[in-house]
Design a protein around this ligand. Structure first.
Ligand SMILES: CC(C)(COP(=O)(O)OP(=O)(O)OC[C@H]1O[C@@H](n2cnc3c(N)ncnc32)[C@H](O)[C@@H]1OP(=O)(O)O)[C@@H](O)C(=O)NCCC(=O)NCCS
Length: 399
């Protein structure tokens, strides 16, 4: 791109960027009141802008940590607020934003970046790959009966949203989620959740679960019934359980809420055992499985070294045209990750490495559709063992 300037925006340019971004999503500019609340989501010095005669594109991020297989946490940049003015699209503005942003992350020692994509064709070319999945489901409240023998310990406590707001960040941190794909919720994340919950048509409720060692789970929900003839729906916005007792007890509570026909959960981990909790597994209807977060490995050797690896060894070749220092061959084994000149046994783009990194996709599956080149079929099996995980990756922190 020529005749363009790409740079970090100052605090007094953020509202223009917010208006531009909202416009790309076909949303009206924020009112003064909305903007006063939105500013809380902008981490200073993390919003980029591209200018020709004026601002035509923007992208921002906030700092976090990503939990990787094995439970270690690595520095993460959470990317959001990406938009290019409709009359300036398809001429490389996003490409320039992504390149500048990724180089900035690398310079700051960030190991990975993630985002929720509006469309599936946008981010692969910048090295992002689908790394976590989520599913939506609807529970028929009258059909769902918790099986005898399901855990039943602990007590629940109902809070209104205003009370919950002062406690949720600490409670969420205390749950200490070690699931691959989980991320720390920064002070710049919570205001977005509260803005979304404030739009709910009915009061938002929070239920805490008190287990043997203190609070070990919580659920946030509200209800809706657009017309008297429609079913009454309880929508679960957040469900986090650290223990089996918390999981089963909070579901028992949700099923006990009066005047409700169905319970909708839109952001569930793929291996969430909900069907197994009920006498009739068909009380749960899965209504969708979709890509959740897209991951970008910014520092490939650091990322590979940080995650737990299975008992196997492969020479893996990575291609990363945007951050070329990641490109090269790595000997990856259970005990170590080192650069090597040995011939490659598996070759892939950095976007595909992101897809296997958290364990969501098996290397052999990606090889079978031509997205990984393998020297022989035994290599793919060894790579499956090396990158396999016990728990499905899930983020559960929409931004
Ligand atoms: C998505 C968006 C940011 C792309 O910006 P852009 O400046 O047009 O992107 P670029 O010109 O840098 O595109 C780079 C490449 O990606 C392709 N591409 C970009 N957006 C695409 C899309 N939505 N679908 C398919 N391909 C897309 C371009 O065709 C181009 O391909 P090429 O290199 O083969 O020519 C812009 O269209 C937009 O603001 N959309 C609405 C808001 C939105 O969805 N934001 C993302 C939120 S997660």
């Amino acid at each position: 791109m020529t005749d363009h300037v790409t740079r970090l925006l100052s605090q007094d340019e953020l509202r223009t960027a917010n208006t531009l971004f909202r416009g790309t999503l076909h949303v009206a500019p924020a009112t003064d009141e909305e903007w006063a609340r939105s500013t809380e989501s902008y981490q200073p010095d993390r919003t980029l802008g591209v200018f020709d005669t004026e601002l035509i594109g923007t992208a921002r991020s906030f700092d976090s940590d990503l939990t990787v297989p094995g439970g270690a946490r690595v520095p993460l940049s959470a990317v959001t607020g990406v938009g290019v003015r409709a009359d300036r699209t398809r001429r490389g503005v996003l490409t320039e934003l992504m390149r500048t942003q990724l180089e900035g992350f690398a310079d700051r020692g960030v190991v990975a970046a993630n985002l929720y994509a509006s469309e599936g064709l946008i981010y692969g070319r910048f090295g992002y790959g689908v790394a976590t999945l989520w599913r939506r489901c609807v529970v028929d409240r009258r059909r769902a009966v918790v099986r005898a023998g399901a855990p039943s310990g602990g007590e629940v406590e109902l809070l209104d949203l205003e009370t919950a707001k002062t406690r949720l960040p600490e409670i969420h941190d205390g749950l200490d989620d070690d699931r691959p794909g989980a991320m720390r919720r920064s002070e710049y994340w919570w205001p977005g959740l509260y803005r979304q919950l404030n739009r709910a048509e009915a009061p938002v409720k929070t239920v805490l679960h008190h287990g043997a060692d203190g609070i070990d789970g919580y659920v946030v929900y509200h209800t809706s019934r657009p017309n008297p003839a429609d079913p009454a729906v309880l929508r679960v916005e957040e469900f986090h359980a650290r223990t089996p007792d918390a999981y089963a007890r909070m579901w028992r509570f949700l099923l006990s809420v009066d005047l409700i026909d169905t319970i909708e959960v839109s952001e569930m981990a793929l291996d969430d055992p909900l069907e197994l909790l009920f006498t009739d597994p068909r009380a749960v209807k899965v209504t969708g499985v979709e890509d959740e977060t897209w991951l970008r490995l910014v520092d490939v050797p650091a990322a590979l070294a940080a995650r737990e690896r299975g008992d196997a060894e492969v020479v893996l070749e990575v291609a990363d045209p945007i951050l070329p220092r990641n490109s090269g061959r790595y000997l990856v084994s259970k005990d170590a990750v080192t650069r090597t000149d040995a011939p490659a046994q598996l070759s892939m783009g950095v976007d595909v490495l992101a897809m296997i990194y958290l364990g969501t996709w098996r290397p052999s599956a990606l090889a079978s559709v031509g997205r990984i080149d393998v020297a022989d079929s035994g290599v793919a099996e060894r790579a499956d063992l090396l990158f396999g995980t016990r728990v499905a990756a899930w983020c559960g922190t929409f931004f």
